[in-house]
Design a protein around this ligand. Structure first.
Ligand code: GLU
Length: 273
C-alpha cells in the first residue's frame, strides 16, 4: 500500500520534472511541484558516471553530491534535467533551487548566478574512435569536432585550437553517438564525461579518450545570486561530504568503473561567488 502510493508520487514527480525540462526556460510557472520537503535540483540526464537517468533511477557522482546536499538540508531532491545551455535560465527563473551538473565556475556565469564550490576539478580532453589516427587536439585542424551549446568546452576548444570545424549539439550523448558512427571526427568536453561514454557498454572498445587534458574545470553548485542562507548550507554540506569520506566513496563508485583516477578533493571556500 505504502509502496504503491510512493510509486504514484514518484511518477507524478517524474512527469513534473520532464515537463519542466521540456519547457526549458519557458514562462509556465504554475506548479510549485510537490510536498514541502522536496527541492528541485538540476542534474544531467545523459552523462554516465555523473548524471544519468535510466527509467526512474538516477545515478552518478553529481547525483550523489546533489542528494547528499539535499539530505543535509532535510530535503528530498526532485531531479530536473539541466542541459548545458539551459542552466543559468533554469536557476534565474526558479525552476531549480540548485544545479549539480558538471558545471564549471567561471566569470561569465558568476555574473548571473552564484556558485558554491568547487567540489571537483576536471580537465577538458578529446574523445575519438579507437582506431582514429588523431592523437592530440592540435591534429583537429580542418576536422569535425562536436561539443555542446552553452558549454565551456565549445568555447575553450575554438579559442585554443582555431581552424577546427566545431559543431554544437544540445547534449554530449548525441556527440558520442556521432563520433561512434563516424559522422564526426571527435568530441571535446571534460575528461570525466568522456571517460563515462568510453566505458559505456555500447561504446566499449570503440571510443577512446586522448588523455591530454588542456584546461581546469572547477565544478561548482549553481544557485540564484544573493541567497546567502542556501549558499552557507550547500557549502557546509559539501565540506562535510569531503571530510566524512563520502566524497571519495562517491568518486570511486561512479568514476572508478570508467578508469577515472580519483583526484584529491578540493578545498571548498566558505563563501559563494
Ligand atoms: N564543465 C563544462 C561546462 O560547464 C563542460 C561540461 C558541461 O557542459 O556540462 O560547460
Amino acid at each position: 500500500m505504502t509502496i504503491a502510493r510512493k510509486g504514484a508520487a514518484t511518477a507524478v514527480a517524474t512527469i513534473a520534472a520532464l515537463s519542466l525540462a521540456a519547457c526549458g526556460g519557458g514562462s509556465s510557472d504554475s506548479g510549485s511541484g510537490g510536498g514541502g520537503d522536496k527541492i528541485n535540483v538540476g542534474i544531467k540526464f545523459d552523462q554516465p558516471g555523473l548524471g544519468l537517468k535510466e527509467g526512474a533511477k538516477y545515478t552518478g557522482f553529481d547525483v550523489d553530491v546533489a542528494t547528499y546536499v539535499a539530505k543535509e538540508m532535510g530535503k528530498t531532491p526532485n531531479f530536473v534535467e539541466s542541459v548545458s545551455s539551459q542552466r543559468e535560465t533554469l536557476i534565474k527563473t526558479g525552476k531549480v533551487d540548485y544545479i549539480v551538473a558538471t558545471y564549471s565556475m567561471n566569470d561569465k556565469r558568476k555574473a548571473v548566478i552564484d556558485f558554491a564550490g568547487p567540489y571537483f576539478v576536471a580537465g577538458q580532453d578529446v574523445l575519438v574512435k579507437s582506431d582514429s589516427t588523431i592523437a592530440s587536439p592540435e591534429q583537429m585542424k580542418g576536422k569535425k569536432m562536436c561539443s555542446v551549446k552553452g558549454s565551456t568546452s565549445a568555447t575553450t576548444f575554438a579559442e585554443k585550437f582555431p581552424g577546427v570545424q566545431l559543431q554544437q549539439y544540445d547534449t554530449y550523448s548525441k556527440c558520442a553517438e556521432a563520433v561512434s558512427t563516424g559522422a564526426i571526427d571527435a568530441m571535446t568536453t571534460d575528461d570525466t564525461i568522456l571517460a563515462g561514454y568510453a566505458s559505456q557498454s555500447q561504446y566499449k572498445g570503440k571510443l577512446k579518450v586522448l588523455g591530454k587534458p588542456f584546461s581546469e574545470e572547477n565544478y561548482g553548485i549553481g544557485m540564484k545570486q544573493g541567497n546567502k542562507e542556501l549558499c552557507t548550507k550547500i557549502t557546509a554540506a559539501v565540506t562535510k561530504m569531503i571530510s566524512s569520506g563520502e566524497w571519495q566513496k562517491a568518486v570511486e563508485k561512479n568514476l572508478g568503473p570508467a578508469g577515472y583516477k580519483t583526484p584529491t578533493a578540493p578545498t571548498v571556500p566558505s563563501t559563494c561567488e
